[in-house]
Ligand binder design. Structure first.
Ligand SMILES: Nc1ncnc2c1ncn2[C@@H]1O[C@H](COP(=O)(O)OP(=O)(O)OP(=O)(O)O)[C@@H](O)[C@H]1O
Ligand SMILES: [Mg+2]
Length: 342
């Protein structure tokens, strides 16, 4: 029986702007940043995932790092294919003889992906070895992964804040009834922080430092109940060109990302306004589910609660809800065919 299981080479993939996760045999076997490093001259793969991220913004001329996705969709087709292929390889390292190829693969895609964007996913998955490919919309996968019974007529509202996109959806009877998708998400906040540090502290910092600042002292409110301690940040002084240390407070970071958070907030309001009244009453009783990496931002649930007057819950598995749901759709492929896109 165990051997049979090894032969079953069906996988679920959450191909995210920031992170790619793969589920195989009901387990998350790959959880890596969506980045590769290649030789600048030959294009050969040098590193993938975490190892490539370590090189990011530190590379000599002979190596360049590439993030194959931007704003939730594939922006560099060849790099995406190399990345998917390499990450699939990570699963079967050591058990090559048993794991020859991928038979079925489910990949999630943003709701509202264009035909061209879907084709890019389809082509890169097929080039990476998938024989039968299905796609599922991310908010639907997130809802399944959170454990919501999406078949019911009872509506649920999901906000998934990733690296490249924020997807807001109201789901009922296995379908998306209202949706707003915006390109304001984790990467935007990192950029806000980089701009702020340059303008207000005369300090140049890279993407990874900005992300550390966001996770450690980033906040959606400038008056948190449990404020984090100030953070020491090292960057390059714009005036002297030399490394310099600065201390930043959570409230200054809250102020510098406030505009972007407001945009997410307004999209949430717009989705609620477009929602049919019967579903609005469901959302009123069920509240809102907040998921994706961005759901971890301090004070965000509280801010959205204050704005919508609805209960906002951060899902426990916020960084894994989409892959869990994609995995469920793969496992119940026959029953869930109506949710899947060929
Ligand atoms: N505690 C935290 N506070 C704020 N942001 C966080 C936290 N933890 C992770 N993030 C951010 O969440 C983002 C990654 O989330 P996730 O893995 O859900 O994105 P993704 O699925 O790769 O992207 P997308 O769905 O947009 O394609 C990154 O921008 C990361 O900086
Ligand atoms: Mg995502």
């Amino acid at each position: 029986m165990a051997l049979m299981k090894l032969f079953n080479s069906d996988i679920a993939v959450d191909l995210g702007t920031a992170n790619t996760l793969i589920m195989y045999n009901d387990q998350i076997v790959v959880n890596e940043p969506s980045i590769i490093a290649v030789n600048s001259f030959t294009g050969d793969l040098v590193a993938i995932g975490r190892k490539a991220l370590e090189m990011h913004e530190k590379t000599p001329e002979s190596i360049k790092t590439i993030r194959p996705l931007r704003d939730g969709v594939i922006s560099n087709f060849n790099a995406a294919e190399q990345m998917i292929r390499g990450m699939i390889k990570m699963i079967y390292d050591g058990k090559k003889s048993l794991f020859k190829s991928i038979s079925r693969m489910v990949v999630c895609i943003p709701y509202g992906s264009t035909e061209v964007e879907k084709r890019a996913v389809r082509d890169s998955a097929e080039h990476a070895g998938a024989k039968e490919l299905y796609m599922i919309h991310e908010p639907v996968a997130a809802a399944l992964g959170i454990g919501i019974d999406i078949e019911k007529a009872d509506g649920s509202m999901i906000i998934d804040i990733g690296g490249g996109t924020t997807e807001i959806a109201i789901i009922a009877l296995s379908g998306v009834v209202c949706n707003q998708s915006l390109k304001v998400a984790g990467d935007t906040l990192n950029k806000d922080i980089m701009d702020y540090m340059r303008r207000n502290h005369n300090l140049l910092i890279g993407e990874r430092t900005a992300e550390k600042i966001k996770i450690e002292v980033g906040a959606a409110l400038s008056d948190l109940k449990n404020p984090p301690a100030d953070m020491k940040v090292i960057g390059r002084d714009l005036m002297t060109g030399l490394p310099k240390e600065r201390s930043v407070t959570y409230s200054e970071i809250a102020n510098c990302i406030d505009k972007s958070i407001s945009m997410i907030e307004e999209a949430v309001i717009k989705t609620l306004e477009n929602c049919p009244p019967e579903l609005a009453s469901d959302i009123y009783s069920n509240g809102i589910h907040l998921t994706g990496g961005g759901a971890g931002l301090k004070g965000l649930d509280e801010r959205l609660e204050a704005r919508t007057k609805l209960k906002v819950r951060v899902s426990e598995n916020n960084l894994q809800s989409v892959i869990q749901g994609t995995g469920i759709s793969l496992k119940k492929l026959k029953q869930m065919k109506h949710l899947l896109i060929k």
